[in-house]
Design a protein around this ligand. Sequence first.
Ligand code: NAP
Length: 282
Amino acid sequence: MTRLCLIDTEASRRTPAIEAASRSAPLRVLILGGTAEASEIARRLADQSDLSVISSLAGRVNQPKIPDGPVRIGGFGGVDGLLSFLQNESIGAVIDATHPFAARISASAESACSQLGLPLIAFSRVPWAKQEADHWHAVPDTERAAAYVAKTAGRVFLAIGRQQLDAFASCSKAWLLIRAIDPPDVSLPANTKLLLERGPFHIEHELQLLRNHAIDYIVSKNSGGQATYAKIEAARLLGIPVVMVDRPQKHTVPTVDTINGVLANLSRLQLQLAAIQEPCAP
Ligand code: NAP
């Protein structure tokens, strides 16, 4: 099985998919999205005439922010579905710019690109780093965060979105403020207030939220990025602890952690594909 992050120019790594991509103009690029960075990448590539970019969203939220350019919405149907999509759409390169906690789609992308020998550019945001004034209790996953909350009384700001809320169903000791973009489709514990809000959030808003609800501690994923960081800053300023859920291990290929890094890798890939088609100098 061929495993590629970016192509190199060795003949041995010229898979049929790479040969095909080198012949296709414009290059067809699939962006796996659902993040601000994926939308920004789509925006910055939209005007490039040598690229034909399609963004993909899972369809989790009712009114998604639609990226620039062509967009498809909904799961592919696992690895096999993604393989079919990549082949049917003659995709020449994939950019995985999904959320750091979206591990299944990234595993599908790695598997499908590996099987086809397609270049995959994997983006991963820098995680938030604990500052001196932070009081973080790190847990490896949402289930462990739920186990912590189940043992603990107090007023909790549960800021993990609406997926995986079922893990908190038996948390009867605590009072929960749950924030999500759309209403959760699982039944919530009795002592719950649901707040429907969409980021980005600002520090004044988060300070007021924590104070108004007399929050004792926050449960957060270590998502990284700016859009939801204000609650972490607000917790620091108010001396409120944070149960911080660590990220899943989602990539086995090397990743880049900036949008510019993604775009630079894509440009490099285009140069490499162009070089495949150029005749050798005598
Ligand atoms: P996940 O667990 O990795 O994915 C579950 C399934 O949803 C995948 O197997 C795939 O279905 C489909 N899917 C996910 N992302 C997709 C995409 N960009 N395009 C098409 N299908 C996609 O992901 P998740 O945690 O449910 O997150 C879903 C989406 O929301 C992701 O795109 C992610 O970027 C975004 N998001 C997630 C979080 C979070 O905390 N998890 C936060 C903000 C945004 P098939 O197997 O049928 O292909």
